[in-house]
Design a protein around this ligand. Structure first.
Ligand SMILES: C[S@@+](CC[C@H](N)C(=O)[O-])C[C@H]1O[C@@H](n2cnc3c(N)ncnc32)[C@H](O)[C@@H]1O
Length: 238
């Protein structure tokens, strides 16, 4: 949890670490505006945008930005997705703390992000596989990833830039991220990446158990999860 508006929890800190120095950052679904405040306060961004679809969060953000003395450097917007933020030409766009499907829909609704100069920093709370599949099919290159374990949750942060190249990933790669997997394979994984692997295997095992008890078990789904579990197990031995 954050204690002040200049400090960030480890999840948002991991998102902030992908923001390029000197970039104008837009935090979409900003809520409290902690991230834009941190980025400007620490001199990472000269300016930032905090945008949210709901009035309550925008009001909260406005108070926090004013208390931080940054009202002249952080624009506050009440808008759906990137609807208004794109007019302010942000370089780096953070969409964090929402479901993978909602993040996908926000990206899909914006032409602005289809530009190699723009960086997307995405932190899905659920369905990372849906988000990665969308990115791969729509010409967004995943250039880096991070895993952050906090408060007994394993968060994935995906950094992507548009290059127009369509890619294809296996289910294993969609769930864990090919960069995270590469780190694990090369023996360079940190504890958070290994924890993601461990949890993915446990989740697959639980699904297999649940599906096997069904009156008409979905044998294809069980087999897919068995393969996933085996891949995790193999990597855990590295
Ligand atoms: C759980 S909060 C996450 C806040 C912050 N990004 C974080 O990661 O801590 C999700 C925020 O997204 C906002 N939101 C949901 N759908 C949105 C949309 N389509 N466009 C902009 N904001 C949205 C909600 O109002 C809420 O404030």
């Amino acid at each position: 949890m954050m204690n002040t508006t200049t400090e960030l929890d480890s999840r948002l800190l991991a998102c902030a670490s992908f923001v390029r120095a000197g970039a104008v950052a837009a935090d979409i679904g900003s809520d409290h505006a902690y991230l834009p405040i941190y980025l400007v306060k620490h001199g990472i961004c000269p300016r930032a945008v905090a945008s949210d679809i709901n009035e309550g969060p925008v009001k909260r953000a406005k108070i926090n930005v004013a208390v931080s003395g940054l009202s002249d450097k952080i624009d506050l917007l009440l808008a759906d997705g990137l609807d208004k933020a794109s007019a302010l030409s942000p370089d780096d766009i953070i969409i964090a703390g929402m479901g993978g499907e909602l993040i996908r829909d926000i990206i899909d609704a914006s032409e602005y992000v289809r530009d190699p100069r723009i960086r997307l920093i995405l932190q899905p709370m659920t369905m990372p596989e849906v988000l990665r599949a969308y990115l791969a099919e729509n010409g967004f290159n995943i250039i880096d990833e991070k895993v952050c374990t906090a408060a007994d949750k394993c968060y994935q942060i995906i950094c992507a830039e548009y290059d127009g190249v369509v890619r294809e990933y296996s289910r294993f790669e969609l769930l864990l991220g090919h960069i995270n997997i590469g780190r694990i394979r090369s023996g360079k994984a940190n504890g958070d990446e290994l924890e993601l692997l461990r949890r993915t295997r446990i989740a697959a095992g639980r699904r297999i158990e649940g599906m096997s008890r069904a009156a008409n078990p979905d044998t294809a789904a069980i087999e897919a999860d068995r393969q996933l579990s085996d891949l995790c197990e193999k990597l855990m031995k590295i």
